[in-house]
Design a protein around this ligand. Structure first.
Ligand SMILES: *Cc1c(COP(=O)(O)O)cnc(C)c1O
Length: 412
């Protein structure tokens, strides 16, 4: 497309933009279980209005916009309050989980250097199920990633002993997830903490998808094990607001146990022609809307609102677990939050995925083991029965076609 010589009326452009969305996943109806978190119309309206109130303002200028600086500080305070941040813990908002993880890794690397670890040749030790954002960050910083196989007891948890064996003097970070994305399983953070403390290594907990879910699940009585700053060896955490925080996209938090650790994150520089600038995270310009929308959503929902929504998600997951088990599927590990993966002994998961996709469901898959993957939202309470009915039909269709060598070849 070339830029049009003459602009058109907004009404006309707006209409075209809306109709272009007609071919997208129609997630508001609840038939999407990946990419979006659907807490309903009221929360969406708060996101939109709270975002536009500060859409033009810039979090890069805390002196110009003390309102945003204060809102960010309070968002971080609320996050730390939920995640057992001790006195003196601090953090910053970033654009998303990948950004938070990148900043945590850079901070851990710089901290390790300050403690006399080698200047180069670093590595990070993580479970096979950890998010690929760690690999991306490591690629940027020329750090080696050491992925360690999970336990083989069917729990799909990180294996703390094996991870300990992968650590050496150039290890700048160990990682556990709460939960991991592929299976929705919370790693044994206390056991990882013991290993990290023994080896003198920074432990990061990636709670991107669980940080604003697990605390409320726990309040609702779900037996979530200790996974946050409650575990003394945890140095940093990533927790995304734009996932189960139900905030507008472009919002995550990166949190540190102390100011001393945090201080290895900001970039402070005066040696150029422009004014000296100190930025806490990767971003220069920081969208004010992402900050104000987060503050607005958190303050309208409150603990009560999040407890209600996360309770709804857990109840839906339990209902779907029961339903898929009735159809002969097996659940991967023991998920406790909003994510789950499951597979069928007699039908390839990717074939079932294809069938349910054709029936109008935008869901996802996990590769190890080949499984169907759901990331559930409050809205899914309304459609769980319809999903299970379509899953049953999809399974039957795959079984009926299982003798077809073309189908077999495609998925084996
Ligand atoms: C989503 C996710 C990330 C990455 O977050 P983005 O916001 O997509 O960059 C990292 N870790 C886990 C466990 C996640 O679920």
């Amino acid at each position: 497309m070339q830029m049009p010589e003459k602009g058109r009326d907004w009404a006309d452009v707006r209409q075209e933009m809306i109709s272009r969305g007609g071919g997208d996943a129609q997630w508001r109806d609840g038939r999407t279980a990946v990419y979006v978190f659907n807490a309903g119309h009221d929360v969406e309206q708060v996101q939109q209005e709270a975002y536009t109130l500060y859409m033009a303002e810039n979090g890069l200028g805390p002196m110009a916009f003390p309102s945003l600086a204060q809102m960010e500080k309070e968002v971080i305070g609320m996050g730390l309050g939920l995640l057992h941040g001790p006195e003196g813990a601090t953090g910053a908002m970033t654009s998303g989980g990948t950004d938070s993880i990148t900043m945590a890794m850079k901070t851990a690397r710089d901290y390790a250097r300050s403690k006399g670890k080698p200047r180069e040749g670093h590595n990070v030790v993580l479970p096979q199920s950890a998010h690929l954002a760690f690999d991306k960050a490591a690629h940027l910083m020329d750090i080696e990633i050491r992925r360690v196989p999970l336990k083989t007891d069917g729990s799909y948890e990180a294996d703390p002993a094996a991870m300990g064996e992968a650590v050496d003097e150039a290890t700048v970070m160990m990682v556990g997830s709460a939960p991991n994305f592929p299976h929705g399983i919370i790693d044994p953070i206390e056991a990882l903490g013991d290993v990290a403390a023994r080896k003198g290594v920074w432990l990061h907990v990636d709670a991107c998808v669980g940080g604003y879910f697990a605390p409320f699940a726990r309040m609702n009585g779900v037996p979530v094990p200790a996974f946050d700053f409650e575990v003394p060896a945890v140095h940093s955490m990533s927790a995304d607001l734009h996932k189960y925080g139900y905030c507008a996209k472009g919002a995550s938090t990166v949190l540190f146990r102390s100011e001393e650790l945090y201080n290895f994150m900001p970039f402070d520089m005066a040696g150029w022609s422009g004014a000296p600038m100190k930025t806490p995270t990767l971003a220069g310009t920081r969208p004010g809307g992402a900050i104000s929308a987060a503050w607005g959503v958190m303050n309208t929902l409150g603990v009560e609102g999040y407890k209600r929504l996360q309770g709804q998600v857990c109840a839906t997951r339990e209902k779907i677990e029961e339903g898929v088990k009735r159809l002969g599927f097996e659940i991967v590990g023991n998920p406790m939050l909003g994510l789950m993966a499951f597979y069928h002994p007699d039908a390839h998961a990717f074939a079932v995925y294809g069938e349910i996709f054709r029936r109008g469901w935008f869901t996802s898959v996990t590769k190890e083991p080949p499984s169907l993957h759901l990331m559930l939202s409050p809205k899914h309470a309304d459609v769980a029965d319809a999903y299970l009915a379509d899953l049953e039909a999809s399974l039957a269709a795959v079984k009926a076609g299982a003798d077809d060598p073309k189908v077999e070849a495609r998925y084996s």
